[in-house]
Design a protein around this ligand. Sequence first.
Ligand SMILES: C[S@@+](CC[C@H](N)C(=O)[O-])C[C@H]1O[C@@H](n2cnc3c(N)ncnc32)[C@H](O)[C@@H]1O
Length: 455
Amino acid sequence: MTSPDLQALLACPRCDNRITVEGDSLQCTGCKTGFPKLDGIPFLFADPATSLDAWRIRYHARIRELEHENRALEAALAQADLPQPASQRMQLVHAANAAHIGELNSILAPLDTASLTASHETYLALRTRLPGDQGISTYYANLHRDWCWGDAENEESLRLVLEGLGDHEPRNMLVLGAGGSRLAYDLHRSFPAALTVASDFNPLLLLAAARLLRGESVTLHEFPIAPRSMQDIAREQVLRAPAAAGENLSLLLASALRAPFKNAAFDTLITPWLVDILPESLSLQARRWNRLLAEDGCWIWFGSHAFRSAQPRERISLEESLAIIEASGFSRPEVVEAEIPYMVSPFDRLGRSERVVVISARKIKSIKAPARHVALPDWLVRSDQPVPVTPAFQTEIMSKRILAHMMSLIDGQRSIDDMAQILEDQRLMIREEAVTSIRAMLIRMYEDGQQQAGS
Ligand SMILES: C[S@@+](CC[C@H](N)C(=O)[O-])C[C@H]1O[C@@H](n2cnc3c(N)ncnc32)[C@H](O)[C@@H]1O
């Protein structure tokens, strides 16, 4: 359900006009774009049909991946001389995968996969199996931390964010990149009178959260990265919220970079573990967050401070972050630092300790909001524009040409030495260099093949 209070805050992610809500759909009063709801959650992406398709494809790809893994397990289980513990382990994973397919199908039913029938191999070719950005199960583990075993971590996160808020009393609060939505839920319980909006772009996380916030329990398998024992390889977990969330907490599916809200819609903005993973610079983000906040509104950046951009200029330090925030219409930020456990599942040998930041800043003036975020250039979106030869493309084309030539030398007869000799005869590389390059290429192809066979 979309409460009248939430509706009043919404703006079209395409044209910024008002949005009206009618039953199970929303419509922009300006560009007339219609937006669906998934299990009652508004789906407010700028291009809703394409985004819905993109998530459907990722969901379907994940199901295909699990089915593929189960076929590989079946083949392995049929092998002779299988030690009993290996057989037991593989049967356990096989059963868990099958159950997990059912769990995903149930939670993601609103995405409707009816028209998608592509095979696993097609997805590999399309690279949707390991997308450059996020897959349907990226941050899946957060659901278990949020709603199963993570009380200590969740309490610590809440405590730090409340410390950052100080005496600020939220009335309209937006949690961007809310993930499994536990922090949004805990904040909402701390300020029950406030309207809290938990927004994320991942439908699996929010569709699971929607059920939990209604007070339902959700069964989801946990797959620890380094299980502590055989039983921990795949654990059936029952997730539940301490109590139903009540009316004033709304979920919303949208991109943070095209946040579908009116200017100054919120007096509180929380960005937990988000800022340093978004593909935009902090200065652009800070100006976007400035737009969303009312005068004197409070922005809390909670989580990691780890900028690993390919652009040296964007690998900013804490000092630079604070200066950027201050130059973006905010007060001098206050910083609290703390070391906290992060994703320490009792069933996993892997678990981290993170030195997190809580950066709080008040909006002191409005500044010009940046242009709308454009994820892809026109020549990629439209099919009638010339594709530019960027420097990155040039490098890629050259290395792929060399690679294709080297691969064309594989004929089932030639050795690495024979192939290196050909490259030297063609004056493309000296022999020693050619031997090393060909071996490196073959090792990569061999390992990729092994991994795919085993995945
Ligand atoms: C590191 S997780 C943090 C999740 C949650 N805040 C927490 O503390 O557990 C980052 C979250 O941001 C979401 N996210 C990443 N890029 C986004 C975008 N452009 N728009 C909306 N959500 C995004 C992901 O789906 C994920 O839930």
